[in-house]
Design a protein around this ligand. Sequence first.
Ligand code: ATP
Length: 631
Amino acid sequence: MRTHAILPTPQLRQARLQLVEHGITPTAQIDALVSRSWHRSLAAGLSPIGRLDCLDNLAGSSLQRARTLNHDLISHSEPVMEYLFEQVRQSHSMVILADAQGVLMHTLGDLDFLNKADRVALRCGASWAENQRGTNAIGTALAEANEVEINGAEHYLDRNGFLTCAAAPILSAQGKLMGILDISGDHRSRHPHTLGLVSTAARMIENSLVLSSCRQQILVQLHAKAEGIGTVAQGVLAFSEDGWLVGANRKALDLLGLRHADMHTVSWPQLFEEAFERLLSAQQRNKGRPSQLHTVQGGIFYAQLHSQSQAQQSVTITLAPTRDALSQLNSGDPLWQQAADKARRVMDKNIPLLITGESGVGKELFAQAVHQCSARKDKPFIAVNCAAVPEHLIEAELFGYVGGAFTGAAKNGMPGKLREAHGGTLFLDEIGDMPLGLQTRLLRVLQERTVTPLGSSAAIAVDFALMGATHQNLRQAIDQGRFRSDLYYRINGLSLHLPALRERTDLQTLTQTILQKFAPDADLSLHPEVSTAMAAFDWPGNLRQLSHVLRTAVALLDPHETQINWVHLPDDLAEDLQRCAQTLTPQAPAQNLHALSLKAIEHALENARGNVSAAARQLGISRQTLYRKLQ
Ligand SMILES: Nc1ncnc2c1ncn2[C@@H]1O[C@H](COP(=O)(O)OP(=O)(O)OP(=O)(O)O)[C@@H](O)[C@H]1O
């Protein structure tokens, strides 16, 4: 962006002279970008006046080679350049495409101006990199990786002072600078809109490149309005089949607050609330009409999805298993996502995970998903509930035994869960409930990585990834002498806490995902009152309770019904929920309306842990309305 207006030519010449003679520019008057570029030009050994030596110009076969290397850039730019040229025809200008080194690849121009331009080598093969020709829109846009306008005597070389040039970079889907689009003309015919025109045209080329280079991926076109899809202002995102962001145009990054550096580190569920498959099937049902898409940060867009496999009508089937197990569980809650991100980082690094959280928050499902994402996924996942097995059996259950080791033992013995987990993952649920004696044996196994079955003296090597889970406070258990501290440190390579359902901000998405699991062919929803009450409810049984409630509700629906209402809920829960709803619904006289709505807002904000977007969603109002009410 320009920081200063364009100065008259004599002042600019004077300033350049001062730079060349004294190495300084009067920064108070000269535009910061121009000043930076002049300094670079000076450092490259260029002089504003006189001859230019040894320029890197390409011709013949080397130009041909460069054009072949830039084939995609040129072919996507040509139609846009022709359109652009139509807009500037007869204004003594030309439209120029340069590659990422500043070498001109393609030009279109008014004949009278082309002759003039040829004298300063504005022709194919010539390099307009800054170190070759000093400050100029093409070279400076490359150096600054930004759109640039250079006018008249702002050009470092005096010989280019008759030009006015506006240039904008063209970026690939991964943010690589592919080339520069430029309009150059006689500086007397400078138009203030030229830079905007060039930038828009560069974005058109960029969109076309992104759509083409990512056509093997799943493409999402999005805009705040359905009508904006397909226009130059649309965002374009590309996702791999397993849901990772692999490409985007700049508009999409702006819309979602992302950077090109986020490629391959951000996945669909971290961005959007709707499950991917759900959006795809909605698109198939609606014959490709744009569907609404909610970002986890509360933004609403319209989106259209394209996938090569969509054309073959098989996309839902091919994609469903390709989102990895952790992504499939992710429905957008930031605390849950933090735990999943940490788990991904330590995965396959032999670090035991200790998963904590209230009963029913999904610790075992989480552990299974981590196993499914790990290198051990084709080996067994063995879960042992340390609280459910009677104390006198748990030792045999875990360590196994040889035939006839004790009364009632199986004739041929049993390998035990630790050996069954060999190569895979051992998940010790409710590890806080493990008897002390067994804790000592388990510690030995973990230290020695061998198991000695009951009744045997032979140690057998075992290799498994270890995950434990507990709803207990293990530190407290240590203080009370119920849990060995050395075992605690051994099993707690990294502890991950899963949030309780009342703390989560993704209740709506979770509900939709669970409903879809129970009734894949129906488009079920909750009655708004039920939904609001559920959002305010405490859910002591967490996801297990929610899942049971929804399963029952789906079973109670009549075949033609698609909305879950109070009558579809178990009586006791309906009563609890209605009590919650009463705290939210204004039933008192009108003068209390304000107080009641404040209470509902307070409640929703508390539930959403201060996240205004999530609170607005819970209340069924827009973010703007919530902000207004808060004011
Ligand atoms: N992400 C999820 N989506 C849908 N249902 C879920 C999800 N996570 C958990 N559930 C439901 O909750 C139930 C309990 O999950 P899980 O056994 O993993 O919880 P837990 O925290 O290990 O419970 P506990 O502490 O009682 O062992 C599951 O059987 C499932 O019905």
